[in-house]
Design a protein around this ligand. Structure first.
Ligand code: SF4
Length: 468
């Protein structure tokens, strides 16, 4: 018997309802243990004999911690190997024929705000002056298929520019699929462009959230998603992605929404709460969801998805997959998606922003987040701007926010500065009363608790090994 004592290494923890304790650390350790065991560990009374192996394996025991490994994990978390932003989100116009209740882009039918070829050239020059390992161009709107010739122009010219750089370039298009036809389908599949669409559930929910002038927008969205999914299944290419924006209309239909994704041939379900931006801000009393309402909905959806997995049906949820991958050390640390450093957004007029939400805000006339304009500044100049520095600093919450520095969810979460700006009047946010912070804490506590159950941990593990 060894009476040697195991002492806790640096960690964040929270006591969960029911008495268990969630612990995480800066290098990805995540464990849920009993309150009794936690108290003994922290009081310096836990011997090596009594210590569960997972505590040491995940870097929580000071005496057994591999400091080199720990150092490596922290360096990776904070931008080691950073070269330049590789994700570039480009809004081709502010025009869209749908009138979604939560539209953040202030897009309207017949909107004249459209990108010119000259602006497209300036944006491409700006992007390809950067030197990331690879480029990802994502086309947004409004509805990008309404400006199909410009989209094609971007794709062909970007391919040429990337080949001069001898670097790969990838494309995705975020579309409502209302303008899709055979020609566009053939172009998108032929060029290997990933399609990302909205699917808010069966017609009764989808059409409430995303009304079309001439009737249902659901039928076209579901039809084309299924076509793209069937194509992917037949050709071994990437499946289309669909996102369900959860509004008050969605709350009673967690199961039906998951079933709708499956009916469209999709394996990946993505569920996100509506943001109080654009039209959603005006209609918040009718469509907004609180953190507890979303959590309740999300919990039901995840539990249904787990039930389907037990029956052998292939389906997973995107946030849960990202979480599972982090648990297994298979995901890139979340800072590798940080706005400005890894991702930039461009508006139809060439305006450059640190995030797509910031870009969308400008369509409603608020240019607070505009960092510059393509053609009149370089990335280096843009990075020296006080706003860029403030935005990056505001995202390092666990180093700057008292609540985040002690929060076990800080490894996974990030409340966007635009959300803080709109709801709390500051890009930094006040986490004590921040609804999105509350939601993230609860979602990650839920996922951590599920992962503490062997059967569910096995499902998470299977997802993280099987899906990208
Ligand atoms: S924003 Fe909230 S959930 Fe995220 S790390 Fe900070 S305190 Fe935790």
């Amino acid at each position: 018997m060894s009476s040697r004592i195991a002492h806790p290494h640096y960690m964040q923890f929270r006591r969960l309802p029911g008495g268990k304790v969630l612990m995480t650390n800066a290098v990805g350790g995540n464990i849920v243990i009993s309150g009794q065991l936690f108290d003994k560990f922290c009081a310096g009374r836990l011997t090596f004999d009594e210590m569960p192996a997972a505590l040491a394996k995940q870097g929580f025991v000071r005496e057994l911690c591999d400091e080199e490994c720990y150092k490596r994990g922290i360096l990776e978390r904070y931008f080691e190997g950073w070269k330049a932003p590789h994700v570039h989100i480009i809004s081709l116009s502010a025009a869209c024929r749908l009138s979604c209740v939560y539209c953040c882009a202030a897009a309207t039918d017949g909107d004249k705000r459209r990108m010119t070829k000259e602006t497209a050239d300036k944006i491409l020059d700006f992007i390809f002056a950067l030197e990331p390992d690879r480029y990802l161009l994502e086309f947004q709107g409004g509805e990008p298929l309404l400006t199909f010739p410009l989209l094609k122009y971007f794709v062909f010219k970007a391919r040429k520019m990337a080949s001069h750089k001898k670097r790969p370039v990838f494309f995705s298009v975020v579309t409502n699929l209302q303008e899709c036809d055979e020609e566009k389908f053939n172009f998108l599949t032929g060029q290997g462009i990933t399609v990302c669409a909205s699917l808010d559930g069966p017609a009764m929910v989808h059409d409430l959230n995303r009304p079309a002038h001439g009737g249902s927008s659901h039928s076209k969205a579901a039809f084309w998603l299924k076509r793209f999914a069937d194509y992917a299944a037949e050709n071994g290419t990437e499946y289309p992605n669909a996102i369900c924006t959860v509004t008050r209309h969605s709350l009673p239909y967690a199961k039906e929404i998951v079933d709708e994704f499956i009916a469209c041939g999709l394996k990946r379900v993505q569920l996100g709460p509506v943001d109080p931006l654009g039209r959603a801000f005006q209609a918040w009393d009718k469509i907004g969801v609180s953190s507890s309402e979303f959590l309740n909905f999300y919990g039901k959806a995840i539990s249904y998805i787990m039930e389907l997995n037990r029956k052998g049906i292939t389906v997973y949820e995107k946030a849960a997959l990202a979480f599972a991958k982090q648990l297994n050390g298979l995901a890139r640390p979340r800072y590798q998606n940080l706005d400005i450093l890894y991702r930039l957004a461009y508006n139809w007029d060439g305006g450059i922003y640190g995030s797509d939400e910031a870009r969308m805000l400008s369509n409603s006339g608020d240019e607070y987040f505009r960092l510059g304009t393509a053609g009149s500044c370089s990335f280096a100049e843009l990075m020296r701007k006080p706003l860029a520095i403030r935005l990056i600093a505001s995202s390092l919450t666990e180093l700057r926010q008292p609540m985040c520095s002690r929060c076990p969810s800080s490894l996974y979460c990030r409340v966007p500065p635009v959300y803080n700006y709109i709801t709390q009047g500051s890009i930094h946010g006040n986490m004590a009363s921040n609804e999105r912070c509350m939601l993230y804490r609860q979602v990650y506590e839920l996922l951590s608790s599920l992962n503490a159950e062997k059967e569910k941990a096995d499902i998470f593990n299977k997802w993280s090994l099987g899906y990208e």
